[in-house]
Design a protein around this ligand. Structure first.
Ligand code: 3PG
Length: 212
């Protein structure tokens, strides 16, 4: 899975977040993103039925790589994995989740925003982390500084990334991909305006292609 994910992110280094509680809407959103060229999708576990939405996307779509985000505990990590999550994203770094994912070979992106957190991730054996919340944590200048010392580390900036600053983040060689919810605006999902989501995905793919 690690290679498949790396290849896919190499082609389109953007990971849209789906935060929809309704499984049918989550599936429609995922399909719209896939049509726009973004096929690595993070479903955030922030509502009662979010996990059901992730399961529905896995069952009802083809060709997408679907992971679970906002995973807070080891039990939750095991649960989303049992539901089929192909990668796991956490807002912070929890050693036991990192150890579980490393042992099970599950791609993990734990949130980090300080040199100490990145170094702890490095010491645990991780070479990819989320940089969160990217804009508040110092944005591109902070990421440049972290990248200069953690030369093997690859980062996924998320939190405050948008079409307006995507190119700046992707210009850094240490950036594996950027994540964000700007691709799945709540009003578009609620209105069933999935064409807009496809358009936003296409726009992100175009930005990424020009930035790299
Ligand atoms: C996350 O879960 O990583 C962030 O909440 C996403 O931040 P964004 O909504 O600013 O993209």
């Amino acid at each position: 899975m690690k290679d498949k994910l790396a290849n896919r992110l190499g082609g389109a280094p953007v990971v849209p977040l789906i935060g929809e509680n309704d499984p049918a809407r989550a599936v429609a959103t995922a399909k719209a993103l896939g049509e726009g060229g973004l096929s690595v999708i993070e479903v955030v576990m922030r509502s009662d039925d979010a996990q059901k939405g992730m399961e529905a996307i896995l069952a009802e779509t083809d060709g997408l790589i679907v992971g679970a985000g906002t995973v807070l505990t080891l039990d939750q990590a095991k649960s989303v994995r049992a539901s089929g999550a192909e990668f796991i994203v956490c807002p912070g770094l929890v050693d036991e989740i990192a150890e579980y994912c490393l042992a099970e070979n599950i791609p993990l992106y734990p949130g980090t925003m300080t040199a100490g957190e990145v170094q702890r991730a490095y010491a645990l054996g991780l070479r990819e982390v989320k940089f969160f919340p990217a804009s508040l944590a110092g944005g591109v200048p902070m990421l440049k500084a972290l990248s200069s010392v953690f030369r093997e580390m690859r980062f996924m900036p998320t939190g405050g990334v948008s079409a307006g600053n995507l190119a700046d983040f992707l210009a850094l060689p240490s950036v594996l991909a950027c994540g964000g919810s700007w691709l799945t605006p709540k009003d578009a999902v609620e209105a069933g305006n999935y064409d807009r989501i496809t358009q936003l995905a296409k726009e992100a793919v175009d930005i990424a292609q020009s930035a790299r």
